[in-house]
Design a protein around this ligand. Structure first.
Ligand code: 5AD
Ligand code: SF4
Length: 458
C-alpha cells in the first residue's frame, strides 16, 4: 500500500493517541501521512460522541470532505472512533463515507482501505474486543510537539455513569501489559520526549494480571512507580482519576517521586449527592470531599482540576446550588464545564427524562463558568512571585519571541524566549496571571534539565 493518509482528530486525548496508533498501523503497511488534505488518497476522521455538539462538528467536516470527493472521486473517506461505533451503517448511508471503523478495529484499517480502493462495497468494522489494547503498536507521533506524549494504559470503561456513552462506544475495560507501557516510555525518552501522560478513562481501576501467573498483579500505583523509574528526568502525568477508586497508594507514590507531576484531574460532575446517585457515580458529596482532603494532606502542592455537568435530569435549583457551593469549597485550579447532553442508549436516556429546560441548563452553566473563572484567577494569582520549573513546549501562538510551557501543576505559562528551546526545563518566575495563563520571566538560564519539585520555593 502506498496511499497518502490524512487524519483529523476530534474529542479527547485518548483519540489523539488512537489516531497515532492508526497512523502506525498504516505506515507499517507502506502508507505515508500527509498534513495536506488535497494531497490525500485517504481522509480519516477520528470522532467523539460524548456530547451532541461534538458529533455535529464532525458532520460539518464530513460535508467538507464530500466537496473534496466531488473534485477527486477516488478519495476514500473513513470515519473512526466513537461516532463510527455508534452510528455504524447510518454514517455510510447519508454522509458520503466509504467506511466506518470502531475503536477496537484499527488493525483492520489496511485491509478495509485495500477493499475500498479495489472497488469493494462500503463497509463497517465495529466489533468491540475484550482483549485489544494495541500493546505492541508504537504510535507514530503525528501532530506532536516532540516534547510531550500520551501513553494509553487501558481501554474501555466499566463504570456505566448514566449520562455517558463511552462504555457503549469503547467497550469493556482492559489494562495493558505494564512491560509494554514501560517499553513505550523508554522509547519516548530515547526519542527526546520529556513528559508522558498515562491515559485511561479511569486510571485508578488499572489492574493487570499476569496471564502466566495470576497471583502476579500490577495496580495503578505500581504502574506509576514503574514509569517514574524509567528516567528521573521524565515528567509523568496521568488522567483521568475516578473519585470512587483513587487510593492513598497513588497519592503516596506521587509524593515519593519528584518526577510525577503534582496534578490530579478528579471529575466531580455535580455537588449534589442526589444527582451523583442518579449519575451512578458511586460516591457522595461527602466522600468526594474526603478524597480532596486526603489529596491536600498528602500532596499540599498539588493542583486539582475537575469536570462538571450542569442540568442533568431532574436537577433542581437546590442541586445546582450544591454544585456552586462545592466549587467554592474545593477551589479547583481549573475545570471543564459542560451542559448535559442526552446521548442515545445511555442509562439516563432510557430511565430519566431530559427535563431541565435548555435555558435553565445554559443559565446554570454560565453561572458555574463565571464562578470558576474567578476561582481559577485567584488560584493563578497565588502563583505570582513564585518560581516554577517549566518544561518548554514550543513558541507562543501570539508572539515568536515568547515561549509556552507548563508548570508541574499543569498550568500554562508564557515567558520571553531568551535562549531556551522546546524540551528545555527552565525556571520561570511568575509576574502576572489570568484565569487561564501565568505570565513570567526565566530566572535561570537554559540547560537546566534536572527536574526539581522544589523549584517554586526558591
Ligand atoms: N453530557 C455532558 N457532558 C458529558 N460528559 C460525559 N458525558 C456527557 C454528557 N452526556 C462530560 C463529563 C466527563 C467529560 C469527559 O465529559 O463531565 O467527565
Ligand atoms: Fe464515562 Fe463514567 Fe467511564 Fe468516565 S468513568 S468514561 S464518565 S462511564
Amino acid at each position: 500500500m502506498e496511499q497518502k493518509i490524512y487524519i483529523e482528530t476530534y474529542g479527547c486525548q485518548m483519540n489523539v493517541n488512537d489516531s497515532q496508533v492508526a497512523a502506525s498501523i498504516l505506515v507499517n503497511e507502506g502508507c505515508s501521512i500527509t498534513e495536506d488534505i488535497h494531497q490525500a488518497d485517504v481522509i480519516l476522521v477520528n470522532t467523539c460522541s460524548v456530547r451532541d455538539n461534538a458529533e455535529k462538528r464532525v458532520l460539518g467536516r464530513l460535508e467538507v470532505f464530500h466537496q473534496e470527493k466531488k473534485k477527486r472521486p477516488n478519495v476514500i473517506v473513513g470515519v473512526m472512533g466513537c461516532m463510527a461505533q455508534r452510528l455504524r451503517e447510518k454514517l455510510l448511508e447519508n454522509n458520503n463515507v466509504d467506511f466506518s471503523i470502531g475503536p477496537d478495529s484499527y488493525r483492520s484499517l489496511p485491509s478495509v482501505i485495500k477493499h475500498i480502493s479495489e472497488g469493494g462495497e462500503k463497509l463497517t468494522e465495529t466489533t468491540l474486543s475484550k482483549v485489544e489494547t494495541y500493546a505492541d503498536i508504537d504510535p507514530v507521533r503525528v501532530d506532536s510537539n516532540g516534547v510531550t506524549a500520551f501513553i494509553s494504559i487501558m481501554r474501555g470503561c466499566n463504570n456505566m455513569c448514566s449520562y455517558c456513552i463511552v462504555p457503549f462506544t469503547r467497550g469493556r475495560e482492559r489494562s495493558r501489559d505494564p512491560k509494554s507501557i514501560e517499553r513505550e516510555a523508554k522509547q519516548l525518552v530515547k526519542e527526546g520526549f520529556k513528559e508522558v501522560t498515562l491515559l485511561g478513562q479511569n486510571v485508578d481501576s488499572y489492574l493487570w494480571t499476569d496471564p502466566d501467573n495470576p497471583t502476579h498483579t500490577v495496580n495503578f500505583a505500581q504502574l506509576l512507580e514503574l514509569v517514574a523509574l524509567v528516567n528521573p528526568k521524565l515528567r509523568v502525568r496521568f488522567q483521568t482519576s475516578h473519585p470512587k477508586d483513587i487510593r492513598k497508594g497513588v497519592l503516596y507514590t506521587m509524593a515519593m517521586y519528584p518526577n510525577i507531576c503534582p496534578h490530579i484531574h478528579l471529575p466531580v460532575q455535580s455537588g449534589s449527592s442526589r444527582m451523583l446517585e442518579k449519575m451512578n457515580r458511586k460516591y457522595t458529596r461527602e466522600e468526594y470531599l474526603q478524597k480532596i482532603q486526603d489529596i491536600r494532606e498528602i500532596l499540599p502542592d498539588s493542583a486539582i482540576t475537575t469536570d462538571i455537568i450542569a442540568g442533568f435530569c431532574s436537577e433542581t435549583d437546590e442541586d445546582h446550588k450544591q454544585t456552586i457551593s462545592l466549587l467554592k469549597e474545593v477551589q479547583y485550579d481549573s475545570a471543564f464545564m459542560f451542559q448535559y447532553s442526552q446521548r442515545p442508549d445511555t442509562l439516563a436516556a432510557k430511565r430519566y427524562p431530559d427535563d431541565v429546560p435548555e435555558e435553565t441548563k445554559t443559565a446554570r452553566l454560565n453561572e458555574i463558568i463565571a464562578l470558576q473563572n474567578t476561582i481559577s484567577l485567584a488560584a493563578n494569582k497565588k502563583c505570582i512571585g513564585k518560581t516554577y520549573e517549566v518544561l518548554v513546549e514550543g513558541t507562543s501562538k501570539r508572539s515568536e519571541n515568547q515561549m509556552i510551557g507548563r508548570t508541574p501543576q499543569n498550568k500554562v505559562c508564557v515567558f520571553d524566549k531568551k535562549d531556551c528551546a522546546p524540551g528545555d526545563f527552565v525556571h520561570v518566575k511568575v509576574l502576572s496571571a489570568t484565569s487561564a495563563t501565568l505570565m513570567g520571566e526565566i530566572v535561570k538560564p537554559r540547560k537546566y534539565t534536572q527536574y526539581d519539585k522544589n523549584a517554586y520555593r526558591l
